[in-house]
Ligand binder design. Structure first.
Ligand SMILES: CC(=O)CC(=O)O
Length: 647
């Protein structure tokens, strides 16, 4: 077992934005902050001063009258208005750098490599902006992407944002039903689309999907087809007069200087979607100012992102980590985009890419790390990653053994930042800090300005005790609302139903003795056998240590007036769930967690249902097990996997 506390490379003096920020605060605000805990405390107790200084310190360009207010409080925290008199443009802030440094590198399973400098990126955005304006796109229009994680998608999003149009994207692995569930609600006028896409060596052609999208979205005026990477010459599948090719949309003359629409801080920038596993996905609207400020805070102060960093995040553009990644342009860093399976054509493909492109910050999911470990990926021995200094993990809780894997098999002297928040806030509640040590299994800290606590069942803040993760005060990247929810009814029901005027995030969590954080799973899937509350991640942590188990899902089944834990496991190809393995699983849960955690029933399945963003669909399994309908199968990447659970 690894030590509880890892030694990490800390930023050299003068090289750490957070240290500079603290010095600057101490000087300008006459403070004596001397630790992360102190600056966090100050930031939530003085949140107007904090967010204002954060806006200035991170170099966000805005227009505002002298003495403009930072916060106009509302009756309820979701009605608070941040920076009500400030105007800005998200794209303008991301395109501050216009030099020859590489802005974007793209790669895929075939090692198709493309790159764009900051100057070229600015040019392409400018050309596409002119085309969008020529189509009559105006601020507030919705522009959608059925798009891969490619350079063109970033250009399309920035060009839309430069006008004030609202960007919303789904990745090409979403089924037609799932995409229409999302896009019919927001009525886009322009769609950027890929006509083919490659995943795990398979090329999927999307003509039929595109036909259905065009038929199902009468609001569309134009569809722009991205260049076809996989079947050259076959990129005109639809044959409609309102379908144009990327190259034609980009053919306009270059303007000397692009104009960025100056828009209110709260102007909508992105529409994101809830997973949709409990009904039609909710359309979550995020503001330009809130997103930008929160991402600048996380990148600049928490991640210490520098201009010479090469930032990679393994994501599709249907997940909020894509939006988070792209905001890294505001730091002038090089961003690496990858589209495809993380294990094809070989399990080490992502680390090959990291080695080739000199990645300094490698972002991924806990699920990827666990699968990479099982697949025998050991970059420490096989790859030269001299520049890699940080690894980020999110998507589900990274357990203590995941920390061991990173420090033992990936790189021994990096900063491992487990981060957590989500689509709802397009950012993090808890994440990393360059000033704090990394404790095995723990997220380092709560974000600056984020008044995060754990509440017990009675709604009282607790420490070193499991409970609901909440945020007691508003912050700029709260959604401005849900689309078509003018009275905020759905919005309130989603986050404010549990505790009055307090954001309840739906995570079952604990604040540790070190001031760190552990997430035990989603609170709506907490298991409750005999009245004892157990987070599903507590069980996964034990089970997934076993070499035979690839992944698992645990649910609570109503049984004889109580609840019993039922565990489903997906095993390695050469393993079967015999009595011996059942015994081993039970023993490891009993020893590693407690007798209370031991499942009453363990079953083998061949597949486990996942949401489109790759998260295990625990609620869908639970509902199926009880013979109740699963509301929205289109929200699942592999709905057929539920059949086995019906049986
Ligand atoms: C930052 C996150 O929390 C991302 C996610 O898990 O959706």
């Amino acid at each position: 077992m690894s030590p509880a506390r890892f030694t990490i490379k800390t930023a050299a003096p003068g090289d750490c934005h957070l240290v500079d920020f603290i010095h600057w605060l101490n000087k300008t605000q006459r403070l004596q902050l001397d630790s992360y805990a102190a600056v966090h405390r100050w930031s939530v107790q003085n949140r107007e001063a904090f967010w204002h200084t954060c806006l200035d310190f991170t170099g966000i360009e805005t227009d505002a009258p002298a003495h403009a207010r930072t916060l106009k409080p509302g009756q309820q925290i979701w009605l608070d208005q941040w920076f009500p008199e400030h105007q800005l443009n998200y794209a303008g802030n991301l395109l501050r750098f216009r030099d020859d440094k590489t802005a974007l590198i793209f790669s895929d399973e075939h090692n198709n490599r493309q790159s764009l400098s900051y100057a070229e990126l600015y040019q392409q955005v400018s050309q596409l902006q002119r085309w969008l304006l020529a189509q009559g796109v105006i601020a507030g229009d919705r522009v959608a992407g059925f798009a891969a994680n490619r350079i063109e998608t970033v250009v399309a999003m920035l060009a839309s944002a430069s006008i004030g149009a609202i960007w919303s994207s789904c990745s090409p692995d979403f089924g037609v039903g799932g995409i229409l569930d999302r896009f019919t609600q927001i009525e886009p006028t322009v769609l950027f689309a890929v006509s083919s896409h490659c995943y795990a060596g398979r090329i999927n052609r999307h003509q039929a999907v595109l036909e259905k999208l065009m038929a199902g979205l009468p609001s569309l005026r134009q569809v722009v087809l991205l260049p076809d990477l996989y079947e050259a010459g076959a990129d005109d599948p639809v044959g409609h007069s309102d379908v144009v090719h990327w190259r034609d949309a980009l053919a306009g003359e270059l303007a000397a200087e692009m104009t960025f629409a100056a828009l209110p801080f709260a102007h909508p920038l992105f529409i994101m979607y809830s997973s949709g596993t409990t009904g039609v996905p909710k359309c979550i609207v995020h503001s330009a100012g809130g997103t930008l400020l929160q991402h600048r805070k996380e990148h600049h102060l928490h991640l210490n992102l520098q201009r010479d960093d090469v930032l990679f995040y393994f994501t599709t553009c249907g997940w909020m980590m894509w939006n988070w990644l792209v905001s890294g342009l505001a730091s002038g860093a090089t961003l690496v985009l990858y589209d495809g399976s993380p294990f094809h054509p070989k399990p080490s493909i992502l680390f090959d890419l990291a080695e080739d492109t000199g990645v300094t910050i490698f972002g991924t999911s806990a699920k990827y790390l666990s699968a990479a470990e099982k697949a025998g990926v050991q970059p420490q021995q096989t790859h030269a990653l001299p520049h890699l200094h940080t690894l980020l993990s999110t998507g589900s809780p990274l357990n203590a053994e995941g920390f061991d894997y990173v420090y033992q098999q990936v790189k021994g002297d990096i900063s491992l930042q487990s981060i957590s928040g989500g689509t709802d806030i397009i950012s993090c509640f808890v994440l990393g800090s360059p000033l704090l040590p990394v404790y095995r299994g723990e997220i380092q800290c709560a974000g600056l300005g984020m008044d995060v606590k754990v509440y017990n069942q009675a709604g009282k803040p607790v420490s070193q005790e499991k409970g609901e993760l909440v945020c007691q005060q508003s912050f700029p990247s709260m959604p401005t609302g849900f689309w078509q929810d003018p009275e905020h009814e759905k919005y309130q029901a989603a986050y404010f139903a549990r505790f009055d005027n307090i954001w309840t995030h739906g995570d079952y969590a604990e604040q540790t003795a070190h001031g760190g954080w552990i997430i035990y799973g989603r609170s709506d899937t907490v298991l409750n056998p005999g009245g004892v509350r157990i987070g599903t991640a507590e069980i996964y942590r034990q089970v997934e240590q076993l070499a035979q188990v690839l992944e698992s899902v645990a649910v609570g089944q109503e049984w004889e007036g109580d609840v019993r834990i039922v565990l489903f496991v997906r095993l390695q190809a050469d393993a079967t769930l015999d009595d011996e393995l059942i015994g081993t699983i039970k023993l490891s849960i009993r020893n590693g967690a407690s007798p209370r955690h031991v499942p009453a029933v363990i079953r083998q399945v061949t597949d486990i249902p996942r949401t489109l963003n790759g998260k295990i669909a625990e609620i869908a399994v639970r509902e199926t097990l009880h013979g109740r309908p699963v509301n929205n199968r289109d929200a699942l990447a592999n709905p057929d996997a539920l059949k086995e659970f019906e049986a």
